[in-house]
Design a protein around this ligand. Structure first.
Ligand code: ATP
Ligand code: MG
Length: 370
């Protein structure tokens, strides 16, 4: 018997016609780091310690077990049940489920039969509430037996929804927004705008480190580092301080759209969170988003700051995000930026298209692999 990971997907199990496409995508994503095979009702993945850690980060996986696949034979199932037991434990329970109704025993019978067998062989006791160990038995086209079960991150496999361009600042919010887009099946291309004259190499490293962390959820991630200084200097020259923030963000939107065109991406993702800062009033967001040809998605829409922080900690971006960093958006802006920008007024100042195109052309592109 060979130790395997038994991967269960959540939502994708119920998506009708798309189901096969989603499953194949999930298998493809897992194959970046491990041998994987689509089976009836689950995905079988080779077991290695590193594989276990990686599966915890693959969008589309609801949970997975580590154990054995056996024939549909009660003696085999019993011996697998013994093999999945840890060295030390006092109490256990069996939790059987039967998808294949042709198997002669129902789940209650399996619980009883395998349970008594384990008691007989080990002398340990059955405890239904809070046992030290649970042995799961799943009866499908074959039997699956495991005692270790790990939560996945859920959601949908990366790639099923298409590509998005995600605007990453050095802050806490936008990496979380990128992660949430991945979790809904989007393949993320990350874009960061920086002002060379303002930033040390440390800052670049910070963004690359963030991107690297995010790539763990996607397998690999493309990052555009776009030099913003020429556009920014022109904005500072022309636009009054009160409006600069909104104009910076509109300019970033337009450049993100150029990149989306190159990448065949279908939407722009930001870490905006309504009313958090001056640039995020509904009036300003309207003006900022209207600079985008593509739909702008803001996955943090309904989150409180505490919720964003707790998710950032969970996905491992928080510690990187809090490293000191001066975002170019805060350069030379009014102390109290406009909170009710108007598109007609802002547009009057905007003649930056050539500079914007040049900036995108000059972008450094990293292909980051986790
Ligand atoms: P964050 O924590 O993500 O920085 P924030 O609450 O600080 O967000 P803003 O600084 O107004 O809010 O930025 C709003 C969004 O604009 C960011 O979440 C990000 O998507 C985008 N953005 C801001 N600055 C940059 C930048 N330099 N490069 C790329 N995107 C940026
Ligand atoms: Mg910010």
């Amino acid at each position: 018997m060979e130790k395997i990971c038994i991967v269960h997907y959540g939502e994708i199990g119920v998506k009708g016609k798309n189901r096969e496409f989603f499953e194949r995508k999930l298998v493809e994503n897992i194959r970046r780091f491990a041998k994987a095979k689509r089976r009836f009702g689950y995905i079988e993945v080779e077991y290695r310690e590193e594989v276990e850690e990686k599966l915890k980060k693959v969008p589309g996986i609801r949970y997975f077990g580590v154990g054995f696949r056996t024939e549909l034979d009660i003696e085999e199932i019993k011996s697998a049940a013994l093999r999945v037991l840890p060295e030390k434990f006092e109490s256990f329970r069996i939790s059987a489920s039967r998808r294949n109704k042709n198997f002669p025993m129902n789940s209650m019978e399996l619980n009883r039969i395998v349970g008594s067998f384990v008691v007989e062989k080990t002398g340990k006791k059955v405890k239904l509430e809070n046992p030290d160990v649970t042995i799961w038995i799943e009866i499908g086209n074959e039997a699956l037996v495991y005692s270790q079960r790990f939560e996945g991150i859920g959601g949908l496999p990366v790639g099923v929804a298409g590509k998005v361009v995600s605007l990453i600042s050095g802050g806490i919010d936008s990496p979380v927004a990128s992660f949430l887009a991945m979790k809904r099946g989007c393949e993320v291309v990350a874009v960061h705008f920086f002002n060379k004259t303002l930033h040390s190499p440390e800052v670049r490293k910070k963004i690359v480190t963030l991107a690297k962390k995010l790539s763990e959820y996607q397998g690999e991630l493309k990052l555009y580092m776009v030099p913003f200084e020429d556009v920014q200097m022109e904005i500072i020259r022309i636009v009054p301080p009160k409006l600069r923030m909104v104009v910076y963000r509109r300019s970033m939107m337009r450049m993100a759209n150029f990149i989306a065109e190159k990448e065949k991406a279908k939407a722009i993702v930001t870490g905006d969170n309504i009313s958090q800062v001056a640039s995020q009033t509904l009036d300003n967001l309207n003006v900022i988003y209207s600079a985008s040809r593509l739909a702008v998605l803001a996955p943090l829409l309904g989150f409180d700051k505490e919720e964003i922080i707790s998710l950032a900690r969970k996905i491992g971006t928080y510690e990187i995000s809090i490293l000191p960093y001066e975002d170019c958006c805060s350069l030379m802006i009014a102390k109290h930026p406009e909170t009710r920008a108007r598109k007609e007024i802002v547009e009057e100042f905007e003649e930056f298209e050539e500079l914007e195109k040049n900036a995108v052309e000059k972008a450094e592109v990293f292909e980051i692999r986790c």
